[in-house]
Design a protein around this ligand. Structure first.
Ligand SMILES: [Zn+2]
Length: 329
């Protein structure tokens, strides 16, 4: 995992995080950072303790030193330490949403803000991640139907979703997981690659087997049609509905990949032959759409159990514990 350890003299000073007057020198892999220990300590109790220890140790105690100062070793990736320290020392680097941020920055800041107990940055990283993996059904629909995809969303890239899942598990941000797992399980490329952590791949495979029946059962809303104010002449809607139900029955026997996406937009209905769905009268169409979304919301509520996660209520409680006990900026 870690890069080959170079002698201290060959380690690279990261120029924008090397403040010559600063007191604290940190090393992560082969990168060196010199930052203001008092400022860092004000943000993080963990670093406050570290800075105290470094100050108390005599420079000739046998530890590595640079410019007569002890070097504190961090056992994190240099790339993550860089984005974490930048987020602290450059206030414009990691702004709250909707400011654009890089995906790896979000993950890196989230992990280290959690590890080093910098609450405001942790919450900020989570709020970026929640735009990618909405924890509520309304936010999910908003992102899905209005293309308000976050600027760092990599559609169809299951490996990226996998990284988010692993990081969320590490910091216990479990309420991110149902949506992240759903994206992973429906990522077109995910099942074709070999993923070292096969547990997650297996979990998605198990979930995928539940998707087609879930999608098919959502279409039970057709039974509520024609609606009470159907205005089609000569039972045109009724005929269309019979055709649709017959078609959907046939889907049970297919391997249609659309069935693997129970939460896809209503456009799945537009795939019915001869546009049966669009042949409904306007009131039936509207009523059908509402019923379809309601059926999707029921599935959404069950999504955590599909992946063996705690219930929505428990996840919401956990989120409140992390996110609501002070102002989230
Ligand atoms: Zn109608």
């Amino acid at each position: 995992m870690a890069a080959l350890d170079l002698p201290l003299a060959e380690a690279r000073r990261i120029s924008d995080l090397w403040f010559p007057q600063a007191s604290l020198i940190l090393r992560a892999e082969n990168s060196l950072f010199r930052v203001h220990g008092d400022l860092l300590g004000a943000r993080s109790s963990v670093f406050r303790d570290m800075a105290d220890i470094a100050f108390e140790q005599s420079p000739d105690s046998g530890e590595d030193t640079v410019d007569g100062r002890n070097v504190i070793r961090l056992y994190d990736s240099a790339a993550e330490v860089q984005v974490f320290l930048r987020a602290i020392f450059d206030s414009s680097f990691f702004m709250p949403p909707p400011a654009p941020v890089d995906y790896t920055t979000v993950i890196g800041v989230m992990r280290l803000a959690h590890k080093y107990d910098v609450q405001y940055l942790f919450r900020r990283a989570i709020s970026h991640l929640e735009l990618l993996y909405p924890p509520s059904f309304s936010a999910f629909l908003e992102a899905r139907d209005h293309e308000h995809k976050h600027h760092v969303r990599f559609t169809g890239d299951g490996i990226v979703d996998l990284l988010a899942i692993q990081a969320a598990l590490e910091v216990r941000a479990l309420w991110i997981l149902p949506t992240a797992y759903y994206y992973l399980a429906t990522a077109p490329d995910f099942m074709e690659v070999t993923v070292p952590d096969s547990n997650e791949q297996q979990r998605c495979l198990d979930a995928r087997s539940k998707f087609p029946p879930a999608t098919i059962s959502m279409h039970r809303f057709f039974r509520t049609l024609p609606c009470s104010i159907c205005d089609s002449a000569v039972s045109k809607c009724e005929q269309a509905i019979v055709l649709a139900q017959g078609e959907l029955e046939r889907w049970r026997e297919t391997e249609d990949p659309r069935l693997l996406e129970p939460l896809s937009p209503a456009s799945i209905l537009d795939c019915l032959p001869e546009n049966i769905w669009t042949r409904l009268c306007s009131p039936c169409h509207v009523a059908g759409e509402q019923e379809f979304v309601r059926a999707q919301e029921e599935f959404w509520e069950e999504l955590p159990s599909v992946f063996g996660l705690p219930s929505r209520a428990e996840l919401a409680k956990l989120r409140r514990h992390f996110m609501d006990d002070s102002i989230c900026d």
